[in-house]
Design a protein around this ligand. Sequence first.
Ligand SMILES: Nc1ncnc2c1ncn2[C@@H]1O[C@H](COP(=O)(O)OP(=O)(O)OP(=O)(O)O)[C@@H](O)[C@H]1O
Ligand SMILES: Nc1ccn([C@H]2C[C@H](O)[C@@H](COP(=O)(O)O)O2)c(=O)n1
Length: 255
Amino acid sequence: MTHGLWRSSYTVLCGPYASYGWGAAVRHRLRGVIVTIDGVAASGKSSVSGGVASALGIPYVSSGLLYRAATLLALEAGLDLHQTADLEAAVLQELARHTLVLEPLAAGNRVWEGQREITERLHSTRIDKGVSIIAVMPRVRAWVDDQLRALPAPFVAEGRDMGTAVFPEASAKFYLTASPRIRAERRAKERPEDIPAIEAALTRRDELDRAQIAPAPDALVIDTGPLDLQGVIDLILSKLALSNSALSKPTHQTS
Ligand SMILES: Nc1ncnc2c1ncn2[C@@H]1O[C@H](COP(=O)(O)OP(=O)(O)OP(=O)(O)O)[C@@H](O)[C@H]1O
Ligand SMILES: Nc1ccn([C@H]2C[C@H](O)[C@@H](COP(=O)(O)O)O2)c(=O)n1
């Protein structure tokens, strides 16, 4: 069962949410709730969002994957991200030609281009190098925002501007930071590259993403440096539990 179709000039199917063992009381309290988790590159957004969403029994949505998927489509179309005239129009044309499906599952997001799953192709150094170019394009951002806002709440939304531009009315907002060196050390465990090179790339990406990186004024900023992954997840869950209003104030009015 899909939870509706994200129809606009591009069709993005909202993939079936994995069914959760929701208790009726929890399900009722979370109706309409959106929690945003923003932060800089490799700050732990996806891992933390997945842990928080799983604990709450709701999906999480990785907005960066939509920018990464748009970048992959551009590269696969042979577009030169530095030389193509009117690159934005060319990217939008690729988005119109392909059906991208974002499937927010409890175990993590999956992205499909038609029947082809492309998730594993979205986290590479090649995509990392190109996505910042795509992500600053206003009409690509508008496309991503449209897909996200069509999503049925409740969910955790992670990215850069979830708590500012996309869901300013979100029930609860968090913003993750850590030093470039710590983030590079964490990323190095995933990718066989040397830490100084990763650190330089992260610093470069922070600079390229600076236009959309500022935390929302009402976001809780968390320096994840001193905490392990579970520690960040537990901190956010404790804040959500304490701010009882956050989970009883639907972001989206539900019938
Ligand atoms: N607090 C933490 N302590 C230790 N490791 C962490 C912590 N948070 C995240 N990690 C690890 O750091 C790596 C990067 O985390 P993750 O991919 O969630 O970051 P991200 O912000 O989503 O990255 P990107 O911006 O590239 O999408 C992962 O291997 C993750 O397990
Ligand atoms: N809401 C968002 C999410 C992501 N981006 C940009 C920032 C990155 O360059 C790229 C990939 O994001 P990641 O998967 O690393 O979180 O997309 C953005 O501008 N706004």
